[in-house]
Design a protein around this ligand. Sequence first.
Ligand SMILES: NC(=O)c1ccc[n+]([C@@H]2O[C@H](COP(=O)([O-])OP(=O)(O)OC[C@H]3O[C@@H](n4cnc5c(N)ncnc54)[C@H](O)[C@@H]3O)[C@@H](O)[C@H]2O)c1
Ligand SMILES: N[C@@H](CCC=O)C(=O)O
Length: 541
Amino acid sequence: MHNAIFHIPQPVNEPVLAYAPGSKERAALEAALKEARSKQVNIPMYIGSRTVETDKKIRLSPPHDHQHVLGYASEGDASHVTEAIEAALAARGAWAALPWSERAAIFLKAADLLSGPYRYKMNAATMLGQSKNAFQAEIDSACELIDFLRFNAAFYQEIMEEQPSSSPGVWNKMEYRPLEGFVFALTPFNFTAIAGNLPASAAMMGNVVVWKPSYTQIYSAQVIMEVFKAAGLPDGVINLIYVDGPTAGDIIFSHPDFAGIHFTGSTGVFQNIWKTIGTNIHKYKSYPRIVGETGGKDFVIAHKSADPKAVAVALVRGAFEFQGQKCSAASRAYIPASLWEDVKKFMLEDLATIKVGPTEDFSNFVNAVIDEKAFDKIDAYIQGAKGAEGVEIIAGGNTDKSKGYFIEPTVILTSDPLYKTMQEEIFGPVLTVYVYEDEKWEETLKLVDSTSPYALTGAIFSTDRYAINQATQALENAAGNFYVNDKPTGAVVGQQPFGGGRASGTNDKAGSKLNLLRWVNARTIKETFVSPTDYRYPFLG
Ligand SMILES: NC(=O)c1ccc[n+]([C@@H]2O[C@H](COP(=O)([O-])OP(=O)(O)OC[C@H]3O[C@@H](n4cnc5c(N)ncnc54)[C@H](O)[C@@H]3O)[C@@H](O)[C@H]2O)c1
Ligand SMILES: N[C@@H](CCC=O)C(=O)O
């Protein structure tokens, strides 16, 4: 019972720490890395009030040093999926009945724990487990996750305040109940913040969750769970299991209480999940909410009026930060012939200064790709480009997986705008450039719009306002996040709500009210103060 209407503290974006040599934060992060390196952790699953260990172990290693062992996680099987669903459903009553502001308080506390005492442990886990450099870890596992938690709490309040109007004699109310059942959070390897946000956002809205992260993100997922527990998240609200995807899917998508999926990952996996849910639709008590943010083939198009240096920097950062393993990464570029020599020169100059190596050496801008499967897939695209007609590798092209999964930032130049690396998501440090004739600007806009099935992010560079406006209109449906004179990566919670259309997902905009609305099931309540006592219309006398 609350005897007042509470307000969530006004969120502001978490400041990004710089980790400059000699800074306090640099020393703290280096100490956390050393500590993590010095031991092997044993990571259990979390099911209800239990931490569950099994004999089957998943080995966890830094992608940039795959012989080193950071620890082992216990792998579960079908029985653990069933137990996690049961634990979630058992926790549902008390969790859904807790006042919304109490639930929000838990996640606000988690944000403060991440901002303070857990920041370096969290970032070190992301640097080691996913091979993100200090800056990329800071903007992801510290700032973005903190922002998701704080901004979502504020959006929750806005939702609760949205109430219908009432005629005289009547009071209409809207109640935002959690979904009836449990939510499945199925999360990707590449963003610790996304892995934390997908279960947390649904849970904050009163839902109970079964969370299955990618195996290559388990090392930082464990720290997220530690933070949620330290913040007071009750047992059974989020159940964290390490089970292979199809095994988990078989049980979850056949369960009558399956109420929704919060997914981020590849398009193929999401489309299969959608099909399975469709096939099983008669089995569920309610229509499950399907929220999925998936792949991208993100573009940068420069107009002849663009600043070539700005274009080159956007390409280098947009394509190669975190080894191009961002759904938003610039992976196809369209440059006018009159600018190409300058853009190329600036890009090659920058690339010549980029160092590739482990994350513990802070001077490495590019680190390792996530695992051997990813390495082999990206390498195949690069080797394929080496012999292809009309295609030339103008930077990088070398790969080495002997110690870590290292791939040089690679730039492919093609005369075929439909060459496969212009169309397919590679998810690695590979950028393909197509140079167009300046006068073919309008045709090129059409090409950008129609080349790939995805529509996640895209950027236009120009100093000509007519051209900017023209591109913004022509590419209206080509990107859910559209950038003018900026790289297509690095969306900030509360500033650029994130998500794409077409094959890139349901565009429910992570870190916004739109997303949270998918996790509530509204009930309208009408109360009439003085009930009618006569059925007749006035003219019936
Ligand atoms: N649009 C976005 O906001 C966004 C953000 C991050 C990543 N992504 C996309 O995610 C992909 C990279 O992440 P990933 O490699 O972890 O994706 P993925 O699709 O391989 O895996 C995502 C999750 O699904 C699980 N999974 C895989 N196959 C499954 C199956 N058959 N049944 C059930 N579960 C299954 C995985 O174990 C993991 O937990 C890229 O395509 C990237 O574009 C999109
Ligand atoms: N939101 C991130 C991308 C997340 C996908 O991997 C960005 O805007 O760069």
